[in-house]
Design a binder for this molecule. Structure first.
Ligand SMILES: Cc1cc2nc3c(=O)[nH]c(=O)nc-3n(C[C@H](O)[C@H](O)[C@H](O)COP(=O)(O)OP(=O)(O)OC[C@H]3O[C@@H](n4cnc5c(N)ncnc54)[C@H](O)[C@@H]3O)c2cc1C
Length: 447
């Protein structure tokens, strides 16, 4: 393969962030008369959608307890809505269905969604919530629910199809997207900390600016950039020293192999994506045993792309040193980080806990297809979008990111010299300053 020996902008990773940055940067360069897509090279060690973006459940929601996340998501939803066909986007809406310990958090999300004109409905109280849910699904039977937030925007998109659509849009702007080109290490400038070239498995590429959008591989690239493995984090006035910069969680998702059409609303429409958290005891559909009496959560949607009801449950933390975690082979190919019987029992039983139509359906779970995959998280579990070493923009979304299609547009704006207020709360400096994002009562590390 012959690869270019130089480029103005080198983007590492053809996932949602690398491709979105490439597309928007190409458009902005052209509009400003400062260049075009031909100034941008995206390299990927495997190809488009080979990482987390290609296996994501694809849920697009605004439901975040953190104001900065909500504003950023509202911006991203606009981009999804701008070209639903190319992005394979299904605007079916999203519901957060919650127990008492989350009610106040979710009520405040609703209030703040109103403030940013993000359309949603909030149902308060156990009786009203049950009535609202039964109005949508007559077999609704989840216990322990005292509030419902129904976001009218958002929904989900088809993972690989959306990445291909995004890549095609970037290529139409003249961006080159090269598969099978792996960054092996960086070349540092002699008089500065800046990066002057990428050394790849296919040769050297000199560059002026680097964008890193490598999803779960960020720990490895961070090490190559010689950035700190451990940092100081100030939280509620207390300084925590030597906190590991990266940690891995394993996302647990799967598909129930039923006809997706069996999950429609009472009036025959496609339902919103449902996210249910509850502290009601969960019993196994397999043998009646108690699975948990602690707060648990699941999400699910009918999905023709996955061929059934697809969704997931809370992830689990990978307790290994991040440098020793085997990110490759990634996703379904991983011998280690795919879901097992415990997930299948929990998730299928939880579906049946929520809706009668899923009772007795566990045998139809798609065991023949591996699912799940790693995500790499920051110390506070929220993204870092920042410039390092003078010319390296790192987009490290802390596994929030498939829905964040709009981040690439904001990063492109910053590369053009205009600071983005929406990205400001996600700078690396927040850890030392103690400007962390508030935490919610959700059982998920990303809510
Ligand atoms: C199972 C699962 C389900 C998820 N579901 C959702 C969801 O429903 N909604 C949501 O918003 N988010 C979801 N996420 C999170 C989301 O998928 C990620 O946050 C997001 O896709 C990360 O995008 P990215 O562009 O940073 O990285 P990726 O999509 O992972 O792309 C990184 C690319 O970098 C390439 N690469 C890595 N190292 C190198 C190198 N050295 N040289 C060249 N190329 C390299 C890889 O091959 C890969 O293609 C999910 C994640 C997982 C694992």
């Amino acid at each position: 393969m012959t690869i270019p020996t130089s480029t103005k902008f080198a983007i590492i990773g053809a996932g949602i962030h690398g491709l979105s940055t490439a597309l928007h940067l190409a458009e902005m360069l052209k509009a400003a008369g400062k260049g075009s897509g031909a100034d941008i090279l995206v390299i990927d060690k495997t190809g488009v959608a080979a990482g987390a973006s290609g296996i994501a459940c694809g849920v697009v929601r605004n439901n975040y307890f953190q104001p900065a996340m909500r504003e950023l998501m509202a911006h991203s939803v606009e981009i999804w809505e701008s070209d639903p066909k190319a992005y394979s986007y299904h605007p079916v809406g999203y519901m957060q269905i919650s127990p008492e310990c989350m009610r106040e958090d979710v009520a405040s999300i609703y209030e703040q969604q109103k403030a940013i004109n993000y359309e949603s409905v909030f149902i308060d109280g156990a009786e009203a919530s049950a009535k609202y849910m039964k109005g949508l699904f007559d077999d609704w039977q989840a216990q322990g629910i005292t509030s419902v937030l129904h976001e009218k925007r958002g929904g989900y998109a088809n993972n690989v199809a959306s990445m291909k659509g995004l890549a095609a849009k970037a290529e139409a702007q003249g961006v080159r997207v090269l598969s099978g080109v792996e960054l092996m290490d960086f070349e540092f400038g002699s008089n500065s900390g800046a990066i002057t070239a990428l050394n790849t498995n296919q040769g050297r590429i000199a560059c002026e600016t680097v964008v890193v959008g490598v999803g779960p591989w960020v720990n490895k690239i961070w090490n190559l950039l010689e950035l700190p493995k451990a940092i100081d984090v100030k939280q509620n006035g207390t300084l925590h020293k030597d906190v590991p910069m990266w940690k891995f969680w394993c996302l647990e998702e799967g598909t129930l192999g039923v006809d997706p059409l069996m999950h429609r609303t009472n009036d025959g429409n496609f339902p919103p994506v449902l996210h249910v958290d509850t502290d009601a005891p969960l019993y196994s559909q397999r043998d009646g045993k108690l699975i948990t009496d602690k707060i648990w959560g699941i999400y699910y949607k009918p999905d023709f792309n996955f061929g059934g009801i697809q969704g997931g449950a809370s992830p689990y933390k990978v307790e290994q040193d991040p440098d020793r975690v085997a990110v490759d082979p990634y996703g379904p190919e991983s011998p280690e980080f795919v879901v097992g019987e415990d997930f299948i029992d929990m998730w299928c039983s939880a579906l049946a806990h929520c809706q009668k139509r899923f009772e007795g359906k566990m045998p139809l779970y798609r065991r023949e297809e591996n699912s799940g995959g790693l995500g790499c998280f920051t110390p506070d579990n929220f993204p870092v979008f920042d410039m390092f070493r003078e010319n390296v923009y790192v987009i490290a979304d802390s596994n929030h990111g498939y829905k964040m299609l709009g981040v690439g547009k904001l990063v492109a704006q910053e590369l053009m010299g205009e600071k983005s207020a929406l990205l400001e709360p996600f700078r690396f400096g927040r850890f030392a300053k103690g400007d962390l994002h508030p935490t919610s009562h959700s059982p998920f590390p990303w809510s």
